[in-house]
Design a protein around this ligand. Structure first.
Ligand code: HEM
Ligand code: HEM
Ligand code: SF4
Length: 270
């Protein structure tokens, strides 16, 4: 039995697309069951209250989140985004519900072991709800209480060799397309440059020194998979600088039907 009735959110589950409401309910149910005997450090029913307050916002046609000031970890000015709700009595689980930005590796490559470790940490010390990834590029941990911020930061930096990303008026987490690692269009090594500049500007990343946020993004070609042109202050976009080369034989084979479009992935689906 759900803690809060959510008739309006329930409607969002009925369409043809995957639903974030179903995902949240699944997470709420898994926390309620706690099959792995996790020692939850924030309310076990945090996700139930998250769903509850969202339903209330739908009912009232306005948000119940407020911005309650600055929270962070010692020595850093960025990486944590403070969220509080204006209904803490009714939804105590989300009285504080801060977001943490976790710096993603260039190209977003992970081992399953690493993913398991961060999920385990966030189940225990946060809501368990993540956003992989925010459009900022970071791994987003959605929702924890103020006392848990330092604890999460300690475990990330000491046990998982992992840092926070940027927020506020600092250098935002630089972010790149997958580039040469998998993509034939890459005109430069996006990962190398992203990694290098991330290291070079560590101080600016963690300690806001600018009047406003500032972001680098790296796209290996003008397809702009990380939207550097739209979402960065300094965009690096690879361009081809030689004569354009066309394999006319391959073009003929394509026209003649010997080479199928997209390696035949769309056959029968047109
Ligand atoms: C109509 C309402 C809203 C609009 C139009 C809106 C818009 C946006 C946009 C455009 C972004 C940037 C996405 C990105 O860079 O990844 C964003 C990020 C964010 N929003 Fe909202 N938002 C809304 C409501 C909310 C509410 C209610 C909350 C919290 C309770 C919230 C929390 C956040 C957080 C924490 C981020 C950063 C996530 C990240 O870095 O990926 N937003 N929002
Ligand atoms: C109602 C209007 C808007 C809302 C609610 C909104 C919300 C947000 C939020 C919450 C974020 C994440 C902030 C952060 O990274 O700490 C964000 C990111 C961003 N917003 Fe907006 N925004 C709005 C309008 C705009 C406009 C008008 C522009 C540009 C003209 C803009 C450009 C950006 C960019 C480039 C980012 C990404 C920064 C990054 O990748 O780290 N936003 N927006
Ligand atoms: S931006 Fe270009 S190089 Fe980078 S992943 Fe997209 S298509 Fe490939």
């Amino acid at each position: 039995m759900a803690k809060h009735e959510t008739p309006m959110l329930d409607q969002l589950e009925t369409g043809p697309w995957p639903s974030f409401v179903s995902d949240l309910k699944q997470e709420a149910a898994s926390r309620a069951k706690n099959e792995n005997n996790i020692e939850y450090q924030i309310p076990q029913d945090v996700v139930e209250d998250l769903i509850g307050i969202m339903e209330l916002s739908y009912e009232h046609g306005r948000t119940h989140w407020k911005h309650g000031g600055i929270v962070g970890v010692f020595g850093y000015g960025g990486g944590v985004i403070g969220r509080y709700c204006d209904q803490p009595e009714k939804f105590p689980g989300v009285a504080h519900f801060h977001t943490m930005r976790v710096s993603q590796p260039a190209g977003k490559f992970y081992t399953t072991k690493y993913l398991e470790s961060i999920c385990e940490l966030w189940e225990r010390r946060g809501s368990g709800v993540t956003n992989m990834h925010g459009s900022t590029g970071d791994i987003i941990f959605l929702g924890t209480t103020t006392p848990q911020l330092e604890e999460v930061f300690y475990e990330l930096t000491h046990n998982l060799n992992q840092d926070l990303g940027g927020s506020g008026s600092n250098l935002r987490t630089p972010s790149d397309c997958i580039g040469q690692a998998r993509c034939e269009y890459a005109c430069f090594d996006t990962q190398a440059l992203c990694h290098d500049l991330t290291n070079e500007y560590q101080d600016e990343l963690h300690r806001p020194a600018f009047p406003y946020k500032f972001k680098f993004k790296f796209d290996g070609c003008p397809n702009c998979c990380v939207a550097s042109i739209a979402r960065a202050d300094l965009s690096f976009i690879g361009t081809w600088r030689d004569d354009i080369r066309i394999d006319q034989e391959a073009v003929q084979a394509y026209i003649g039907g010997e080479i199928m479009p997209n390696a035949n992935a769309h056959s029968g689906r047109d």
